[in-house]
Design a protein. Structure first.
Length: 297
């Protein structure tokens, strides 16, 4: 039998990409997480991670273990909720950023509802900055969103590369301002895109502004411009554009789970654990855009 505690450590390492960050998320020592992974690999009789001094990557057997680990932990949570004498009950006001509209977040929330039928779940989808304001005002209990550049709170789910994203046939025009598709301020990705272009001395113009991911996706599919987006959450039909002088590197961003100070217990904590356990299901890395004829790749 596989130990659920070891499986939680396994998922944390797989999602955060490192033993140190996994230990920080779980509130454990790095040596403890390493011990959990070693024992899990002994139980499986397989090596689950490839490790070197710079990175930690899943092996083919580790990829297979991801699905099993999620299923085991989901079943464990449902069984615990079913047989608990005091099942979680109450209300959770949960906010998720627009980034997660096209992910498996609905499936994770569905599993949580099955295991916690007495919990009323209220979902708010919006821009990260707006969600943090509602959390600070006490209007939300839990927020899943990008971490503000000046922020330090929240439990890390994963780090992701911000990339310039556009339609398959889009390309910039040398010597012309970069056409941008952005969310309205305050937007974390908008601010990062403008700061990066200004720092590089690259002219830009706002080609489209929308408050929703579906809106900016439609504009990008129409070829109106490019947008800054997390690589692991690129919407369907769009691609990470190849490196080019007009599009400087955007750096990384962090996705975190943050709860209000007075609402970190009971059903809120249960939902947080479900989201942390299913964090790897929220990501997908689409293929790079195929090279265009005559493109400067």
């Amino acid at each position: 039998m596989f130990d659920p505690i070891q499986l939680r450590s396994f998922l944390a390492v797989a999602q955060t990409g490192g033993f140190t960050r996994a230990a920080q998320r779980l509130g454990l020592r790095q040596s403890t997480v390493s011990q959990h992974i070693r024992r899990l690999e002994e139980s499986a009789g397989r090596r689950l991670f490839r490790r070197d001094t710079h990175s930690v990557e899943l092996t083919a057997e580790g990829e297979a273990m991801l699905g099993f680990a999620r299923s085991i932990l989901d079943a464990n949570e449902q069984a615990f909720a079913y047989f608990s004498r005091t099942p979680a009950r109450g209300r959770v006001r949960f906010g998720a950023s627009e980034d997660f509209v096209y992910t498996e977040l609905p499936q994770i929330l569905r599993t949580f509802r099955r295991g916690n039928p007495l919990v009323d779940l209220e979902l708010t989808v919006g821009l990260s900055s707006s969600l943090y304001e509602q959390l600070a005002d006490g209007r939300l209990d839990l927020v899943l969103a990008k971490r503000p550049s000046e922020g330090s709170e929240g439990r890390l789910l994963w780090r992701d590369q911000l990339v310039w994203t556009g339609a398959e046939d889009f390309r910039t025009e040398p010597g012309q301002p970069v056409p941008l598709i952005v969310y309205p301020p305050p937007s974390i990705t908008r601010a990062r895109a403008l700061e990066t272009l200004d720092r590089a001395g690259q002219p830009w113009r706002i080609a489209c502004t929308s408050t929703s991911l579906s809106g900016v996706r439609a504009a990008a599919l129409a070829g109106l411009g490019v947008m800054a987006h997390a690589r692991g959450l690129i919407p369907p039909g769009l691609y990470a554009l190849p490196p080019q002088p007009e599009l400087p590197d955007l750096g990384e961003t962090e996705f975190v789970l943050t709860s209000g100070r007075r609402t970190a217990r009971g059903p809120v904590r249960s939902l947080a654990e479900a989201l942390l356990a299913g964090g790897d299901r929220l990501q997908h890395v689409p293929p790079d855009r195929p090279p265009l004829r005559g493109s400067r790749r």
